[in-house]
Design a protein around this ligand. Structure first.
Ligand code: C2E
Ligand code: MG
Ligand code: MG
Length: 591
């Protein structure tokens, strides 16, 4: 109470009632009592900047007792560097007083008696006592808030699993570095690192192993980098490195090489040895992009190039990649329209029995004529469809069209086996076998009329799943062929287990069989292997009579290629079959 008494001595006309803007008159002691109840600090300040009253909470906030504050200048509560500015601010305020709520002015600080700057928020209210204008400042300690804010910032700026910078932080750092570049800073490099087959680790070993692997990757990457380099996890299995001084391009390549090396080292996870592997895309600034977004997009393109080049390697961005990307985007857009519209066709290429020359089946090959792009070869658009996920719809279109054609030929009395190409991604479609069965049923097509050509690589990756699915398909009764055989890396044991009836020897072997000893030997070996495994072997891309003779001599079962015919539209097939049949009957066929 003694303090209160002392304080009141400083209050001029202390007994005069106080007028709150828009309120009734209140007696001063009541105001004091009310302000003392506030958890926030409160100051009543006059037009000269003298503190007229300080409430009890001010003590904890600034270290001065309310009594010591009262009668003193407000400026003692301001950090020295703000005093001048505050004076001007107060003059403006007094000339045109306005109430102000909390949260309007950022970065306000109070000068604590111990010399600390306390972050606060301040609201301002207007009081009037007689002719005297007073200001009520309510001051809130925001130290807790700041701490929470800082923690949130830390969380947003760091990846919680690895402790590396987050995508947001990396974006900020990169933007800053690009800004410095414009002011003459040294050139910089961004390395985008994507783990190879990380999904397989997650799927195969569980997420806890996946997480531990990501932490291990972060640890290994840190060891390769220098102190000033920034390392971030952008999300999933994607990491990024910012090399702030890449004046020596060789240095960036060296880092990329080291990253690839260290990430391909085996890693021991509880009971398994995992080989992580990574693909790295590199961009340099300023030459590869003037802003952070462009640089990241270009780094992404380079990273995909590294993946295409067989993974576990790095690639440096060049402008051709951007042009190819544009082409892909264009192809993707046009292809989508083609699937919805009527621009796709299946053409059919005959497959002949090598011994008798009779046509035993046809392979359906997609043809696309686009009004803008002209004829686009499947070699170009299948890859785009696979990368963009369009392959699912494209594959459905092919299956449907082929079944419709088989049904139509059936009614014409033409009983042919039709092979369609199935992409690896289609095999991963859920319920692939069940949906195929429905399509066959809808067109009343006997399953053995349809053959699925699956590439060797598709059948050999994710082996167990592939094996199970192929078994389901074989149980349906459809025939299965292994396409492009010889270009993958089938293990014999696995090959034996697959319910596949035909091996299609890749065209690249056939090309040289008549003049390259190595090709001839390989072709012989494939034919021998097929025989041992009890499978039929089909040679693709037979263009010359000499090749046909060689293949017949070596015991190849079936032949396909331009020597007999290119793929033709469905309506031309009956005539083609007649021509080939006539050739066979008139002795044009010598086994
Ligand atoms: P593939 O399944 O190995 O098809 C054989 C390719 O070799 C076809 O090329 C065919 O026209 C070509 N060919 C056939 N005989 C000869 C020959 O004697 N000499 C030469 N040089 N080439 C010959 P195409 O039609 O350009 O297809 C290329 C690839 O595109 C196919 O290879 C297949 O992997 C893919 N493809 C084609 N149609 C489809 C489809 O409907 N779905 C899927 N997923 N892929 C398809
Ligand atoms: Mg094929
Ligand atoms: Mg093939």
């Amino acid at each position: 109470m003694a303090t209160r008494q002392a304080q009141r001595r400083h209050m001029p006309r202390a007994r005069a009632p106080l007028e709150l803007a828009g309120c009734e008159r209140i007696a001063w002691p009541q105001v004091e009592a009310l302000l003392d109840l506030l958890p926030d600090g409160a100051l009543v300040v006059d037009a000269e900047g003298q503190v007229q009253f300080a409430n009890a909470a001010m003590q904890a906030l600034c270290g001065h007792s309310p009594a010591a504050l009262a009668g003193g200048p407000l400026t003692q509560l301001l950090p020295p560097e703000f005093r001048e500015h505050h004076h001007q601010h107060m003059q403006r305020f007094l000339a045109q007083p306005q109430r102000r709520a909390m949260g309007q002015v950022p970065a306000l600080h109070l000068w604590h008696r111990d010399g600390l700057r306390i972050p606060v928020d301040i609201s301002l209210g207007l009081l009037r006592r007689g002719a005297q204008a007073l200001t009520l400042a309510v001051i809130r300690d925001t130290r807790d808030l700041e701490a929470i804010h800082e923690r949130l910032r830390q969380l947003a700026m760091h990846d919680s699993l690895t402790g590396l910078f987050s995508r947001a932080m990396f974006g900020e750092l990169l933007s800053q570095a690009v800004g410095q570049l414009q002011r003459g800073g040294p050139s910089l490099a961004v390395l985008l690192v994507d783990l190879d087959d990380f999904k397989a680790v997650n799927d195969g070993h569980g997420h806890h192993v996946g997480d531990a692997l990501l932490q291990e990757v972060a640890r290994r990457m840190r060891q390769v980098l220098r102190h000033g380099d920034a390392l971030a996890r952008l999300g999933g299995d994607e990491f990024a490195v910012l090399l702030r001084d890449a004046s020596e391009a060789g240095q960036a390549l060296w880092v990329a090489q080291k990253l690839v090396e260290t990430l391909s080292q085996p890693w021991q996870a509880s009971h398994h040895e995992i080989f992580p592997g990574a693909s790295v895309g590199i961009v340099f600034a300023p030459q590869d992009g003037a802003d952070a977004d462009t640089l990241m997009r270009h780094a992404d393109l380079a990273m995909y190039r590294a993946k295409e080049a067989g993974r576990n390697t790095y690639a440096v961005f060049d402008q051709r990649m951007a042009r190819q990307m544009e082409e892909r985007t264009l192809l993707h857009g046009r292809l989508k329209r083609a699937i919805e519209g009527d621009a796709l066709r299946l053409h059919y290429q005959p497959q002949l029995c090598a011994r008798r020359g009779t046509v035993v089946g046809v392979e359906a090959l997609l043809r696309w004529h686009d009004p803008v792009l002209g004829e686009v070869s499947p070699a170009r658009f299948i890859a785009v469809a696979e990368q963009s996920g369009l392959i699912q719809r494209l594959g459905d279109w092919v299956t449907e069209a082929a079944c419709r054609q088989i049904a139509q030929w059936q009614t014409q009395g033409l009983r042919l086996r039709v092979a369609i190409n199935i992409s690896a991604q289609q095999l991963r479609q859920p319920h692939f076998a069940a949906r195929l069965q429905q399509t066959l049923a809808r067109w009343q097509v006997a399953p053995e009329r349809l053959e699925l050509e699956i590439t060797e690589t598709a059948a050999m990756t994710h082996r167990e799943q592939a094996e199970e699915l192929l078994q389901q398909l074989a149980d349906l009764g459809v025939a299965l062929a292994l396409d492009d055989f010889g270009t993958g890396y089938s293990s014999l044991g696995h090959l034996r287990q697959l319910p596949i009836s035909r091996l299609k020897m890749d065209r690249s072997f056939i090309q040289g069989i008549t003049h390259e000893a190595a090709d001839a030997m390989l072709a012989r070996a494939v034919i021998g292997l097929a025989r041992t495994l009890g499978k039929t072997v089909v040679a693709e891309g037979v263009e010359q009579e000499a090749q046909r003779e060689f293949l017949c001599r070596e015991g190849c079962d079936e032949l396909q290629g331009w020597l007999f015919s290119q793929a033709v539209p469905a309506e031309e097939l009956p005539a083609l079959l007649q021509r080939l049949g006539a050739l066979q009957q008139h002795g044009g066929w010598r086994a």
